[in-house]
Design a binder for this molecule. Structure first.
Ligand code: MCN
Ligand code: CUM
Length: 809
């Protein structure tokens, strides 16, 4: 089908716009036919000739010395090709690997294990069943050691030492260490000024809160297929990675194979949510095994391995304080965090930021003074991760400030919406320098909250709540939660953000073929976000090529330009900008070719949706399709043939999406059972590329927010056993539990982004979690409750009611 335009009989603008399917259009997802029909191509779908499969032997103990490992029985098992232990990796210097956070991590346990299910040996066999049977035959003798699970006890003089390998190092990647279990202290803000503001304040409030340890739960677990060609010296790895180019660089560093001989391919990915940013021991072992054996080796996690060993999130123990005047105008914020990073600091944050973007913690409010201090701590828990639909600790930051504003409102008896109006940054204050050193690009918070309050008829809800509270026999309590968050996404300016020294730019390369269709490649990688659909829409609007004629390809380092990948909702703010700029380069070259064809000066030619028109002579025009053909046979004197462009975009700043979320809950005061009556989510992500995809992203993020707030938790018992390592114990909501979502939007473009777009994918997660807690607390607020730790499952809520004697009739 020819979707381009015949310039002689130009259809109406409406028809042409519809054919382009550019920005603002709810174009159907190009990806869906293959996903819905089970025709996706995931890592576990990859089968290579002579492929072997590796399975990990893991530690049952959270902390133990390894006295011996006997692999002989496993090696003797028919169909087994190799059993790797730390001793085998030592000659290759691969028994430890550097982490993204500047620490080191054992690839296979070296002398002792430091968390339950830690990797101890890697068994490679004909197939997964044989490998799993043989893994049972590996005999490891352990001598259990005292276990540290509580980060608040980690710095005690008699606390067990988690990391023998660095116990005497008094400086780590982020400065001085005060204790063998201490990783870093990260301070930001003006402590003296903040302390003074507290000393002089009319009112202060303080609240402790625990943001529990959770785990992202993508449908597809982590895995890879590594294939080393001994003859050519080439390494090819299919991998579940949100950042394939970074994997290539890291694999190059570890293996000394030049990057030109390494090809990393992230095929279809069954969800990422931050779980697939890190580099895991399983990847390293599969690669080593393939190099040693000269055969492809696959490694795929089980669900339990995924939940208990790769990437955790949160585990922040926070104390917030606000100073304010009697009218609720905030004067200062002070925060201390004890951050449990597990046994190795393998957090995937930009290198310079050990607590990620936590310093967005001043939120949507004009807070003149702030000071934050974060202590990173080792414990006998799983390392890595940190991200879970959150731009590097933003979820924790937003949770803290939104909770604190509520606590202050409660103390002063001011309505929770009203106190926000009193403290919001005003539109004319942007760009706004926060007390913690960020520059917010744009925002318009007040209209968003007004729209939300009107949509739910807030006064009526409060009246209903008051009536309910006044009735001693009411069976349900009612809570209203408000969250007016500011996110920070689009890491990031290379002067602030890097990964292992590589600046966090992103990229786009577009080639227009002679027939006017095009292929575009980016350094990001979709895990379900629909990039193949939406990226084409940006090109369509800027370069005039119909989206249906644009093939978008990501995830193969052999073809895509270098990019830092997809996480932290950075694709639209960073790669999206590169796409717009590359498209613009195409358009400008096309304009010159069109002018040449029309025999006029390029200045006399205007771009008009999908064609170039001579100014003042609308019948004289060349379509982009005609120009594409000419690019290969008839270009102006001195111009290079072809029509392609590349752009590497280093953003000048982050983008700061925001939103107003409102949640109404009904809580059974006798059983603790909670029903989400309404959940309203207004998001502002600047220019909207595909409203339908945005809505889908918001639904997904809200569902994950609901999961975290209402049920998810990775608990450890005192011996360091993970309680919650299966989906029987770990809450993954289905459509049965998930509430109905109401979405809304405002549009406040980013002034520095070429098309004014901000990221959106993580906002619903970041913004909804404090909103759920706020609603739960609000249900009990008239009884003096100021905070309840998550998850708000029925049992815990019932305990709360019980403590307040609410379950006694
Ligand atoms: N979009 C838009 N207009 C905007 C902003 C975004 O139309 N102004 C569209 C984009 O074109 C893109 C989608 O919304 O198709 C998400 O864009 P963006 O907000 O830039 O986020 P990323 O593409 O960088 O996605 C990353 C983000 C993260 S970090 C997590 S975690 C998460 C999320 O995406 N993981 C997901 N959403 C997910 N959705 C699915 N299905 N699976 C995951 O693993
Ligand atoms: Cu923060 S989870 Mo996402 O960045 O892949």
């Amino acid at each position: 089908m020819d979707a381009t335009i015949d310039t002689k009989t130009v259809p109406s603008n409406e028809d042409r716009l519809a054919k382009l399917e550019g920005m603002g259009c709810s174009r159907k997802r190009y990806e869906d036919p293959r996903f819905i029909q089970g025709k996706g191509n995931y890592v576990d779908d990859i089968k290579m000739p002579n492929m072997l499969v590796g399975v990990m032997v893991r530690s049952p103990y959270a902390h133990a010395r390894i006295k011996s490992i006997d692999t002989s029985k496993a090696l003797a098992h028919p169909g087994v090709y190799a059993v790797l232990t730390a001793e085998d990796l030592k000659p290759l210097k691969l028994h430890w690997m550097p982490t993204l956070a500047g620490d080191v991590q054992a690839v296979l346990a070296d002398g002792k294990v430091v968390f339950q299910n830690q990797e101890v040996a890697f068994v490679v066999a004909e197939d997964r069943y044989i490998a799993a049977d043989a893994a049972e035959l590996v005999e490891v003798e352990y001598e259990p050691l005292a276990v540290l699970v509580d980060p608040l006890k980690a710095m005690a003089p008699d606390a067990p030492t988690v990391r023998d390998d660095i116990k005497d190092k008094d400086v780590g990647a982020h400065g001085a260490r005060k204790h063998p279990n201490h990783i870093f202290t990260w301070d930001i803000g003006d402590k003296d000024k903040t302390d003074r503001a507290f000393d002089n304040a009319e009112v202060t409030v303080k609240q402790d809160m625990i943001y529990q340890r959770v785990h992202p739960c993508p449908l597809e677990t982590c895995g890879c297929v590594a294939s080393f060609d001994k003859i050519r010296g080439d390494l090819m790895v299919y991998i579940t990675s949100q950042a394939p180019h970074v994997v290539r660089t890291v694999v190059g560093m570890l293996s000394s194979i030049p990057e030109s001989k390494i090809r990393i391919i992230s095929p279809d990915i069954g969800g990422g949510f931050g779980n697939k940013v890190g580099i895991y021991p399983g990847y390293v072992c599969a690669i080593v095994a393939s190099i040693v054996l000269g055969r492809p080796v696959k490694w795929i996690e089980s669900r339990t391995e995924n939940l208990t060993t790769t990437a955790f999130a949160r585990d922040y123990h926070m104390t917030g304080e606000l100073a304010a005047d009697k009218d609720g105008k905030i004067k200062a914020l002070r925060v201390h965090v004890t951050a449990d990073h597990g046994a190795f600091d393998a957090c995937a944050d930009p290198s310079k930021w050990p607590a990620g973007m936590f310093h967005v913690v001043t939120g949507s409010y004009d807070i003149p003074n702030a000071f934050v201090s974060v202590d990173g701590i080792y414990t006998n828990k799983c390392p890595g991760g940190v991200s879970y639909r959150c731009s590097f600790r933003v979820t924790e930051a937003v949770y803290l400030i939104e909770r604190m504003v509520d606590v202050l409102a409660q103390k002063l008896g001011i309505d929770k919406a009203e106190i926000r109006f009193r403290n919001f940054l005003r539109k004319d204050q942007f760009p706004y320098q926060t007390a913690l050193g960020l520059e917010y690009d744009s925002g318009d918070y007040e209209p968003a909250l007004r729209k939300g309050l009107a949509a739910l008829d807030y006064p009526a809800l409060r009246a209903e709540q008051a009536a309910r509270r006044a009735d001693p026999d009411a069976a349900t309590l009612m809570g209203i939660g408000i969250c007016t968050f500011t996110e920070i996404v689009g890491a990031g300016p290379s002067k602030m953000c890097d990964i292992l020294g590589i600046g966090m730019f992103d990229s786009c390369e577009i080639r227009v073929h002679p027939d006017g269709s095009a292929i575009a490649r980016m350094g990001t990688i979709s895990q379900g976000q629909g990039h193949q659909t939406t990226y084409a829409q940006i090109i369509a609007s800027v370069a005039g090529i119909p989206a249906s004629l644009i093939t978008v390809e990501e995830g193969d380092t052999a073809t895509a330009p270098y990019g830092l990948g997809t996480y932290g909702s950075r694709s639209t703010p960073v790669a999206g900008a590169a796409i717009a700029r590359a498209s613009h380069k195409i358009r400008e070259k096309a304009r010159k070719i069109a002018a040449h064809l029309l025999e006029v000066s390029p200045d006399d030619v205007e771009f008009d949706l999908d064609r170039f028109v001579v100014k003042g002579a609308p019948d004289q025009a060349k379509s982009i399709k005609e120009v594409a053909w000419a690019a290969y046979n008839n270009v102006p004197e001195g111009m290079e043939m072809g029509l392609e462009a590349v752009d590497y975009y280093d953003p000048p700043n982050f983008t700061f999406p925001f939103g107003t979320y409102i949640c109404v809950v009904d809580v059974d005061r006798f059983s603790g059972e909670t029903k989400i009556r309404r959940f309203y989510a207004l998001d502002d992500c600047g220019t909207r590329i595909n409203p339908m995809i945005i809505e889908g992203q918001v639904h997904g993020g809200l569902t994950e927010g609901f999961a975290v707030a209402m049920g998810q938790q990775l608990t450890y018992d005192d011996a360091g056993n993970v309680l919650g390592g299966t989906l029987m114990d770990y809450f993954l909501p289905t459509s049965m539990e998930t509430p109905h979502w109401e979405t809304d939007f405002t549009v406040t473009p980013s002034p520095h982004h070429p098309i004014g777009a901000k990221g959106v994918a993580e906002s619903p997660h970041v913004g909804s979690i404090p909103c759920f807690t706020a609603a739960m607390v609000d249900a009990f607020a008239h009884l003096g409750v100021t905070h309840m730790n998550m998850p708000h499952n029925s049992f815990r809520v019932w305990q709360q009611s019980h403590a307040l004697n609410l379950d006694q009739r």
